[in-house]
Design a protein. Structure first.
Length: 95
């Protein structure tokens, strides 16, 4: 009975709250000073994300009803990366 009383006093957050990611903004890195610099994300990282999406899709990691959203995101990412690449090439041509 003492164990039952102990368990009644323990309150746990719902699993969705305990593991939920922040709604927006960068994910904080433990021990990192966020005021010194912004998030470190570059074109190479975005290319890696595109490759990960491609591999995961090829291996069947997504359900059929998720493929539309994955495809749209992949296409937007590809268009963005192509645009950035063209801008970088234009800037290098000017120098």
């Amino acid at each position: 009975m003492a164990e039952e009383t102990k368990n009644e006093n323990v309150t746990e957050a719902p699993a969705s709250e305990a593991t939920a990611a922040p709604a927006s903004g960068p994910v904080p890195t433990p021990g990192a000073d966020d005021t010194a610099s912004g998030p470190d994300l570059n074109v190479n990282d975005l290319n890696a994300v595109r490759s990960i999406i491609d591999i995961a899709t090829t291996r069947g990691a997504f359900k059929a009803n998720e493929l539309e959203a994955v495809g749209k995101t992949y296409n937007k990412l590809t268009a963005f990366l192509e645009h950035v690449t063209k801008q970088q090439q234009a800037q290098q041509g000017e120098k």
